[in-house]
Design a protein around this ligand. Structure first.
Ligand code: ATP
Length: 670
């Protein structure tokens, strides 16, 4: 909600003269962000920084957004800075005169390239004051670095990095270096940036913009700060936030979004930045259910599309009007080059009328007889520059949704309509392209049989999807409005997933993030063990400690983990960051920079005084923990924000209590 600081903040008071937004200004914001542990405060700091830049130097808004989100382009464009320790250490040595040996000592001490560069350069006296760096200059140089290719690239990159480092003053060097190694460490992740951007454009407009709403002489929307204006402003901010998130879910590209915000308004966003071929949308996701009976509790008589849940790789296939095909992963990475067999196939499946489309499907490995293989088999295919002639593991595409067809977004259409188009506009090819095996049913018995069949067939389970929007009558009765539309980036009850694991009651599989570790003892000396795992709280954007895990790992894995999380990689730290919600009594030897998702299974969920996962949600002062956790695998296809949420954990806890008829077992400690 809006507080006085935001309302009172007046961007016009900041004076940069006639110059462009200085990099120093952004760095001061980063410093302030790093010092706070409150997410609201972080949003406010970023909002006010953006407002100042919108007001004085609109051209620097986009560079600011990219630099704050620790990227220079959308992930699907695959643009990399490609700066490793070799280039950095060469550049720092050269501008500071500090030997590479000393640099290494600094690194062992700090474990962070930013601190290393800062310490190395702080003692250097320069004869001439460098010209102040601007945000635009930093961003443009990074873009130039990313474009360098071919012979001599290391020297060219080192040169550009050196130039930037020479122009840095004070703390600028620390954050610039962190940006160069893509580890900004301010914890302003995706949602924070989106919210700040929405708030900033709600509260301040570029001075040269013609606006219909009356602003006061300081370019603010509201003159009087009273309760009423604050309430209505809150409503406005929330609406802007929602719109920006909706827009980002189907068009995750700040280049387009910021351009539209500067030239038009938030309200116009979706007119310009919407689903489009070539830009991956964030996929719709399924809610877990453990008990098929649960499906019908609120939905008696409702028809569902029940589909096999194949165990392969999710793929979003785009084809534009020139028949150019692009394939994106669940994480929106461009994986086109991995599937030349898919590219070859696409023109053959399109019937005459198809001119462009976006399709959601699962790519599954099959054998020569067409029998589906497990996920592991698919991962055995090579990942880079795959040649059609060298493919030894064939695949089949199981299509389950169509989001766009011939220039038109289908997101608002019902699954029934989308499914119809998928089946009439495309043609099946045996063992290569097919619509997912499915039944349409409202009968629990029938669905149960279908589920069993899916497991026998080699699938993970089934997806149960709402086919049509709720009729009014049902909506009133159940107070639940289930949408049959395609909802990007949402995990809602319109898509339910039933997996064998859940039904078997082996224990729930959870997706957790490794966030810290202790030094191992005995046989495990020299490795990380145990490892502290966390679930994700999307409301606070924090990782809440849930258990220590020390089983299910191979020695190979331990070794790899030790080199993956290391001083050299700059992704461990001695200090607990604001985005870790972990009790002070747990004192790990190192904190990991959250970066991967692990699937684990546990015996059961307990109430815990030590772990803060879902704290206050089951017991006022206690959190939840997982007993006997066992590592299953790394989920490369998931982002850290896709980890199990606290809400989900609570739900699983109550379900377990109900099923086992046990009071949530109280445990003493981790
Ligand atoms: P999981 O951990 O179960 O793979 P997830 O978080 O990756 O889940 P969910 O939306 O929860 O994604 O589950 C759906 C996943 O199952 C999709 O991402 C997709 O890869 C796969 N899948 C297989 N068959 C289907 C289908 N018929 N409909 C939707 N998704 C399917």
């Amino acid at each position: 909600s809006v507080d006085m600081d935001v309302l009172e903040f007046d961007p016009s008071k900041i004076n940069w003269g006639r110059s462009k937004a200085p990099y120093r200004f952004l760095v001061d914001t980063f410093v302030a962000i790093e010092k706070t542990t409150s997410r609201l405060k972080i949003i406010e700091l970023l909002t006010n920084a953006l407002r100042t830049i919108i007001y004085h130097d609109p051209e620097s808004v986009l560079p600011t957004v990219w630099l704050s989100s620790n990227a220079i382009a959308p992930s699907y464009e695959g643009i990399e800075l490609g700066i490793g320790s070799q280039i950095l250490s060469k550049a720092i040595t050269s501008v500071s005169g500090v030997s590479s040996k000393t640099l290494k000592q600094y690194y062992d001490k700090y474990g962070d390239w930013g601190d290393v560069a800062y310490t190395a350069k702080v003692s250097v006296r320069t004869l001439m004051e460098p010209k102040p760096l601007t945000i635009g200059k930093v961003f443009n140089t990074l873009c130039s670095i990313s474009k360098l290719k071919g012979a001599g690239v290391v020297d060219q990159k080192t040169d550009l990095v050196k130039k930037l480092l020479i122009s840095c003053k004070g703390e600028e060097i620390k954050y610039l270096t962190r940006t160069l190694v893509q580890n900004l460490r301010i914890g302003a992740v995706k949602t924070t940036c989106l919210i700040a951007l929405a708030h900033a454009f709600c509260l301040t407009r570029p001075t040269n913009m013609i606006i219909s709403e009356p602003l006061d002489d300081k370019n603010r929307l509201f003159v009087e700060v009273n309760k009423e204006s604050r309430d209505s402003l809150n409503v406005k901010l929330k609406a802007a936030e929602k719109l920006l998130k909706e827009c980002y879910a189907q068009f995750p590209n700040y280049n387009g979004i910021v351009k539209c915000l500067l030239e038009h308004s938030i309200e116009k966003l979706l007119d310009f930045c919407h689903l489009r071929v070539g830009v991956p949308l964030r996929p719709m996701l399924g809610e877990i259910i453990r008990d098929l009976g649960q499906v019908f509790e609120n939905h008696e008589g409702r028809l569902f599309n029940c589909e096999y849940k194949y165990d392969g790789q999710r793929a979003q296939i785009h084809m534009d009007a020139n028949e150019k095909v692009t394939i994106f992963s669940r994480n929106l990475e461009n994986m086109t080059e991995r599937f030349p067999d898919v590219i070859e196939l696409i023109p053959q499946i399109c019937l005459n009328n198809v001119d462009s489309f976006i399709m959601d499907c699962e790519i599954v490995a099959i054998d020569s007889e067409g029998t589906i293989q497990n996920f592991q088999t698919l991962t055995n295919r090579s990942r880079k520059n795959v040649k059609l002639s060298s493919i030894t593991i064939p695949i089949c595409i199981f299509a389950f949704d169509l989001m766009y067809l011939n220039g038109e977004s289908l997101l608002r259409k019902s699954l029934r309509e989308r499914r119809e188009l998928l089946r009439t506009e495309f043609t099946e090819i045996k063992n290569r392209f097919t619509y997912v095996n499915h039944i349409e049913s409202s009968d629990p018995e029938e669905i149960h049989l279908f589920f069993k069949e899916s497991i026998e067939f080699g699938c993970e389970g089934i997806m149960i999807k709402v086919l049509d929007d709720s009729p009014r009558s049902l909506e009133n009765k159940t107070r639940m409005n289930l949408l049959a539309s395609y909802e990007p980036d949402k995990r809602i009850k319109s898509w339910l997933k039933v997996k064998k694991d859940y039904i078997d009651g082996i224990g729930d599989s959870l997706d957790v993030v490794p966030i810290a570790a202790w030094y191992g003892n005995g046989r495990k000396a020299g490795w990380w063990s145990p490892i502290l795992l966390a679930i994700y709280n999307p409301d606070t954007e924090t990782f809440e400690g849930v258990c220590k895990c020390m089983s299910g790992f191979s020695d190979e894995f331990y070794k790899e983990l030790k080199s993956r999380y290391s001083q050299e990689n700059g992704n461990i730290s001695q200090h607990k960051k604001w985005y870790f919600d972990v009790d002070d009594s747990l004192r790990p030897d190192a904190w990991f920079e959250p970066s991967e998702v692990w699937e684990i299974k546990g015996a059961y969920i307990t109430i815990s005084p030590v772990y803060k996962a879902a704290i206050g949600k089951v017991d006022r002062n206690k959190g939840l923990s997982i007993r006997a956790p066992r590592f299953i695998r790394v989920r490369k296809d998931k982002n850290i924000v896709d980890a199990t949420t606290c809400e989900k954990l609570v739900e699983l806890f109550y379900k377990q209590v109900k099923e086992r008829k046990v009071e949530g077992i109280n445990e003493e400690s981790g």
